[in-house]
Write a protein that binds this ligand. Structure first.
Ligand SMILES: Cc1cc2nc3c(=O)[nH]c(=O)nc-3n(C[C@H](O)[C@H](O)[C@H](O)COP(=O)(O)OP(=O)(O)OC[C@H]3O[C@@H](n4cnc5c(N)ncnc54)[C@H](O)[C@@H]3O)c2cc1C
Length: 465
């Protein structure tokens, strides 16, 4: 497309003159690195990557793109599995904007648009405060929040987007606007779960809760053949569990390291993971059922600093692997799901792939329907499929496994995908429409108000009404 030519004209020289960050184009030595994101399967060649040092750079980059007729995508943590951080046009790269400011008197935190989960947790935990995020510390807060944001605190304190109380946003016309309940409330509504289609969030402000400094993690590894019965028992445990207990059931493979017995190294396992974020003296009793399903192969449970819990899974998700993730909401976990998980787990072509069932509910339900763009509040479970591999030659088998499983599971679901685990862009608009449900039309209207020319038109973007 014409993007490369546009990105070498005098307007580009002007852009370079205006910003304090870096403008990186195809010929630059830094280009390949600037186009690399977490998922090694994603290869895109943007016309330019603008590494911004602050809002002024973001404004200049967005104005440049609008005038040149180029699409804009935003890169924050670069963890979006579908690769939506990269588009063919201008990538507004916020990786240099990660400052975090805590207000322990108001119980709020404001973080720059490129901050990672670990950046925010580190600062808020100095005051034993936290807001709900995901479970891997290198994920970007912005991408995570804009599509919801689920993690160990979700049942206790809601989704990340439920705790978003304000944001500074550079809109398509290059204005910096503030969105909160008083100013541009329609924009705040859309940012709470409606995705990254409305502008560049240069900072995000969240409500904080008393968490830590220690939480109790349950991480019990069982033989994979305990999974079929185990997930049904887990369903019962979680049905009556207090909101302070968040839990995920997974089919995966045991790490080949201590403390796992050598005969279990690399072998398929069923894992019950959970986080108790309530009073520590109630933790052992609350998580006990997750640890007593049957005799565990290994039980890594125990109290630990919240920041350690938040990075427990980091090593399992290194940069550069080839990943394809899909998800759907489940009304229940029944025999049919248990049988499907058991069968599909046994046929995983890659030992790195997993099936994850998240227990939802709790505080996630406390928001009124329609009070934020996040539409899927009623489902008690989320079914996640992670096809992960190392070599490009394995992609076909890994994707086929995930897609077949998704098709089978879809027959057991009323529909709706968690848009942070969405598959790839070509599976696009229909997924958006179904997943946003009754909120979809309103999202299109907000899009038309703040981005009528559809400048933010990376993959999975809301169309203009
Ligand atoms: C290892 C790993 C673990 C994960 N764990 C969880 C989890 O526990 N819970 C969960 O809910 N999700 C989880 N996810 C999914 C994750 O939330 C999404 O992939 C999310 O998009 C990542 O955000 P990011 O900022 O890192 O993404 P990026 O790839 O940087 O951005 C993704 C998209 O978000 C938008 N965006 C990003 N920053 C901004 C901004 N400042 N302003 C406007 N739009 C912006 C843009 O549209 C961009 O295209 C995980 C993903 C990975 C790879």
């Amino acid at each position: 497309m014409a993007t490369t030519a546009t990105a070498t004209g005098p307007a580009l020289d002007d852009l370079r003159g205006q910003i304090r960050g870096e403008v990186i184009t195809g010929g630059d030595p830094a280009y390949a690195e600037a186009c690399r994101i977490w998922n090694g399967m994603i290869e895109r060649q943007p016309a330019l990557v603008v590494r911004c040092s602050g809002s002024a750079d973001v404004i200049a980059a967005v104005r440049f793109a609008s005038e040149a007729g180029l699409p804009v995508s935003v890169r924050s943590g670069g963890h979006n599995v579908a690769g939506t951080a990269l588009c063919d046009g201008v990538v507004v790269d916020l990786t240099g904007m990660r400052n975090v400011f805590v207000d322990p008197e108001r119980n709020t935190v404001r973080a720059a648009g490129g901050a990672r989960l670990g950046d925010v947790d580190h600062e808020t935990q100095a005051f034993a405060l936290a807001t709900p995020f995901g479970v891997v510390s290198k994920t970007g807060i912005a991408g995570l929040t804009l599509n919801g944001g689920m993690g160990f605190l979700t049942r206790n304190y809601g989704l990340s987007c439920d705790n978003l109380i304000g944001a500074d946003v550079v809109t398509a016309d290059g204005r910096l606007v503030h969105a909160d309940l008083e100013r541009n409330p329609d924009l705040l509504w859309a940012l709470r779960g409606g995705g990254g289609s409305f502008g560049v969030a240069t900072s995000l402000e969240y409500r904080l809760h008393d968490v830590g400094p220690e939480v109790f993690m349950a991480i019990a590894f069982y033989p994979a053949d305990a999974g079929k019965e185990g997930i049904l028992a887990w369903r019962e445990i979680m049905r009556d569990a207090p909101d302070e207990l968040m839990s995920v059931a997974l089919w995966w493979n045991a790490p080949a390291e201590e403390p796992f017995p050598p005969e279990w190294h690399g072998k398929p396992v069923f894992i019950l993971a959970g986080c108790w974020s309530g009073p520590l003296d109630e933790a052992e009793e609350a998580v006990r059922p997750l640890r007593e399903l049957t005799t565990p192969i290994a039980d890594l449970s125990g109290p630990m600093p919240f920041v350690v819990a938040q990075s427990l899974f980091d090593a399992e998700y290194p940069d550069g692997r080839r990943n394809y993730w899909k998800s759907l909401y489940l009304p229940d976990v029944d025999e049919a799901i248990a049988e499907l998980c058991d069968r599909a787990a046994a046929s995983r072509p890659s030992a790195l792939s997993s099936i994850d069932v998240w227990a939802l509910g709790g505080a996630m339900r406390n928001q009124p329907e329609g009070g934020s763009a996040f539409a899927q509040r009623g489902s008690p479970f989320l079914f996640g499929i992670e096809a992960n591999g190392e070599a490009a030659g394995d992609d076909t088998d890994n994707l086929a496994w995930a897609r077949d499983l998704f098709t089978e599971a879809s027959a057991l679901s009323p529909g709706g995908t968690y848009l942070n685990f969405p598959g790839f862009a070509e599976e696009g608009e229909e997924i958006l429409r179904v997943s946003h449900g009754a909120n979809y039309e309103r999202l299109k209207e907000v899009k038309a108000k703040y981005d009528p020319e559809n400048v933010f038109r990376g993959s999975f973007s809301i169309p203009v009404a």
